[in-house]
Design a protein. Structure first.
Length: 125
Protein backbone atom coordinates (compact mmCIF):
# COMPACT_ATOMS: atom_id res chain seq x y z
CA UNK A 1 0.00 0.00 0.00
CA UNK A 2 2.33 2.70 -1.23
CA UNK A 3 -0.02 4.77 -3.31
CA UNK A 4 -2.94 7.10 -2.97
CA UNK A 5 -5.23 4.82 -5.06
CA UNK A 6 -4.71 2.06 -2.48
CA UNK A 7 -5.61 4.45 0.31
CA UNK A 8 -8.68 5.56 -1.61
CA UNK A 9 -9.76 1.93 -2.03
CA UNK A 10 -9.46 1.34 1.71
CA UNK A 11 -11.38 4.53 2.46
CA UNK A 12 -14.19 3.74 0.02
CA UNK A 13 -14.39 0.17 1.29
CA UNK A 14 -14.76 1.37 4.86
CA UNK A 15 -17.24 4.06 3.87
CA UNK A 16 -19.38 1.54 1.99
CA UNK A 17 -19.66 -0.55 5.16
CA UNK A 18 -21.11 2.51 6.89
CA UNK A 19 -23.76 3.24 4.24
CA UNK A 20 -26.70 1.43 5.90
CA UNK A 21 -26.04 3.20 9.20
CA UNK A 22 -25.60 6.53 7.44
CA UNK A 23 -28.89 6.07 5.60
CA UNK A 24 -30.79 5.29 8.80
CA UNK A 25 -29.21 8.30 10.55
CA UNK A 26 -30.05 10.65 7.68
CA UNK A 27 -33.68 9.48 7.60
CA UNK A 28 -33.90 9.75 11.40
CA UNK A 29 -32.50 13.29 11.37
CA UNK A 30 -34.96 14.36 8.67
CA UNK A 31 -37.87 12.82 10.59
CA UNK A 32 -36.78 14.45 13.84
CA UNK A 33 -36.44 17.85 12.19
CA UNK A 34 -39.90 17.56 10.59
CA UNK A 35 -41.46 16.62 13.96
CA UNK A 36 -39.62 19.34 15.84
CA UNK A 37 -41.92 21.45 18.01
CA UNK A 38 -39.32 23.12 20.18
CA UNK A 39 -40.94 21.72 23.31
CA UNK A 40 -39.69 18.16 23.12
CA UNK A 41 -36.36 17.73 24.83
CA UNK A 42 -36.31 14.08 23.81
CA UNK A 43 -36.12 15.01 20.13
CA UNK A 44 -33.11 17.22 20.76
CA UNK A 45 -31.24 14.34 22.40
CA UNK A 46 -32.28 11.95 19.65
CA UNK A 47 -31.00 14.42 17.05
CA UNK A 48 -27.70 14.65 18.95
CA UNK A 49 -27.48 10.86 19.00
CA UNK A 50 -28.22 10.29 15.32
CA UNK A 51 -26.09 13.28 14.32
CA UNK A 52 -23.11 12.02 16.27
CA UNK A 53 -23.47 8.52 14.78
CA UNK A 54 -23.60 10.09 11.31
CA UNK A 55 -20.47 12.11 12.07
CA UNK A 56 -18.69 8.97 13.29
CA UNK A 57 -19.68 7.14 10.11
CA UNK A 58 -18.09 9.88 8.01
CA UNK A 59 -15.01 10.64 10.12
CA UNK A 60 -14.01 7.12 11.21
CA UNK A 61 -13.05 5.82 7.74
CA UNK A 62 -10.86 8.89 7.15
CA UNK A 63 -9.07 8.59 10.49
CA UNK A 64 -8.62 4.83 10.16
CA UNK A 65 -7.21 5.16 6.63
CA UNK A 66 -4.72 7.82 7.74
CA UNK A 67 -3.52 5.85 10.75
CA UNK A 68 -3.29 2.60 8.81
CA UNK A 69 -1.28 4.30 6.06
CA UNK A 70 1.02 5.84 8.68
CA UNK A 71 1.60 2.45 10.32
CA UNK A 72 2.31 0.67 7.05
CA UNK A 73 4.53 3.37 5.54
CA UNK A 74 6.70 3.46 8.65
CA UNK A 75 7.70 -0.14 8.04
CA UNK A 76 7.04 -0.98 11.69
CA UNK A 77 3.50 -2.31 11.57
CA UNK A 78 3.84 -4.36 14.75
CA UNK A 79 5.39 -1.41 16.58
CA UNK A 80 2.53 0.88 15.56
CA UNK A 81 -0.34 -1.41 16.55
CA UNK A 82 -0.77 0.66 19.69
CA UNK A 83 -2.27 3.36 17.46
CA UNK A 84 -4.90 0.97 16.10
CA UNK A 85 -5.71 -0.17 19.63
CA UNK A 86 -6.07 3.44 20.76
CA UNK A 87 -8.32 4.20 17.80
CA UNK A 88 -10.52 1.25 18.64
CA UNK A 89 -10.79 2.39 22.24
CA UNK A 90 -11.68 5.96 21.23
CA UNK A 91 -14.24 4.66 18.76
CA UNK A 92 -15.83 2.50 21.46
CA UNK A 93 -16.05 5.44 23.88
CA UNK A 94 -17.59 7.70 21.21
CA UNK A 95 -20.17 5.05 20.36
CA UNK A 96 -20.99 4.71 24.07
CA UNK A 97 -21.60 8.47 24.21
CA UNK A 98 -24.10 8.16 21.37
CA UNK A 99 -25.94 5.46 23.32
CA UNK A 100 -26.10 7.85 26.28
CA UNK A 101 -27.71 10.43 23.97
CA UNK A 102 -30.33 7.86 22.93
CA UNK A 103 -30.98 6.88 26.55
CA UNK A 104 -31.46 10.53 27.57
CA UNK A 105 -33.77 10.98 24.56
CA UNK A 106 -35.95 8.12 25.77
CA UNK A 107 -36.00 9.37 29.35
CA UNK A 108 -36.58 13.01 28.38
CA UNK A 109 -39.42 12.03 26.07
CA UNK A 110 -41.53 10.53 28.84
CA UNK A 111 -43.47 12.60 31.35
CA UNK A 112 -42.26 12.41 34.92
CA UNK A 113 -43.88 9.73 37.05
CA UNK A 114 -45.90 10.95 39.97
CA UNK A 115 -45.42 9.31 43.34
CA UNK A 116 -49.04 9.80 44.37
CA UNK A 117 -51.01 6.73 45.30
CA UNK A 118 -53.35 5.40 42.64
CA UNK A 119 -57.07 5.91 43.22
CA UNK A 120 -58.69 3.18 45.30
CA UNK A 121 -60.26 0.29 43.46
CA UNK A 122 -64.01 0.43 43.31
CA UNK A 123 -65.70 -2.73 42.07
CA UNK A 124 -68.38 -2.33 39.46
CA UNK A 125 -71.89 -3.63 40.12
Amino acid sequence: MNSTPDQMKIFLSMLSMQLPTMLVCLVACVLILTKWTGRSRGLLWALLGFGSVLALCLVWPVVFTIVQSWAIHSGQIAGRMWAMTLLSLVSSVLHAVTYVFFLVAVLAGHPAQTTANPPPFTPQR
